[in-house]
Design a protein around this ligand. Structure first.
Ligand code: GNR
Ligand code: NI
Length: 168
């Protein structure tokens, strides 16, 4: 098992578009174990492979209270199921210390593969729906700060760059 370092905004590698997974092998399953360990340790409710500088379409999620409902999401696709949206305060392990409201559709159907390559589909709402969309954004090189005003985004960028300089 291993804890993996998490890339932080404005690192350009977070803008990489991830490639589909084609091989469902033991190496993939070990990476997923390490992603769960890293996510639970952080702690976070989701982690996209992009955040650990692996540019494949792999996500780990656990939005349960007791952190005992791991969800493996590979090669995800989703459709919006209702016109309803939800404004939720989002945070991101790649944007540490900043929390801002983001509006997203709040009912979706996720279709994805598990760590064996088995396809599944589920309906998600509220926090899980938001988390799935936040993580799929990562695989497409997007961050929640992209939904904020340029002013807010630039303030966050400056503060994180300053912190990174201090810790360099
Ligand atoms: O831990 C996380 N919490 C969270 C809260 C609201 C909306 C999205 C998230 S995802 C985040 C972990 C993370 O950065 N995943 O990419
Ligand atoms: Ni994130």
């Amino acid at each position: 098992m291993a804890l993996l370092p998490i890339l932080e905004f404005p690192d350009k590698r977070l803008r990489t578009v991830a490639e589909p997974v084609t091989e469902f092998n033991d190496e993939l399953r070990q990476l997923i174990k390490d992603m769960f360990e890293t996510m639970y340790d952080a702690p976070g409710i989701g982690l996209a492979a992009t955040q650990i500088n692996v540019h494949q379409r792999i996500i780990t999620i656990d939005t349960s209270e007791d952190k005992n409902e791991p969800l493996v999401v590979i090669n995800p696709q989703f459709e919006v199921l209702a016109d309803e949206t939800e404004k939720m305060q989002e945070g991101c392990l790649s944007v540490p210390g900043f929390y801002e409201d983001v509006v997203r559709p709040n009912k979706i159907r996720l279709t994805a593969q598990d760590e064996q390559g088995e396809e599944y589909s589920l309906e998600a709402d509220d926090l899980l729906a938001v988390c799935i969309q936040h993580e799929i954004d990562h695989l497409d090189g997007k961050l929640f700060v992209d939904y904020l005003s340029p002013l807010k985004r630039n303030r966050i960028r400056s503060k994180l760059e300053k912190l990174h300089r201090q810790h360099a």
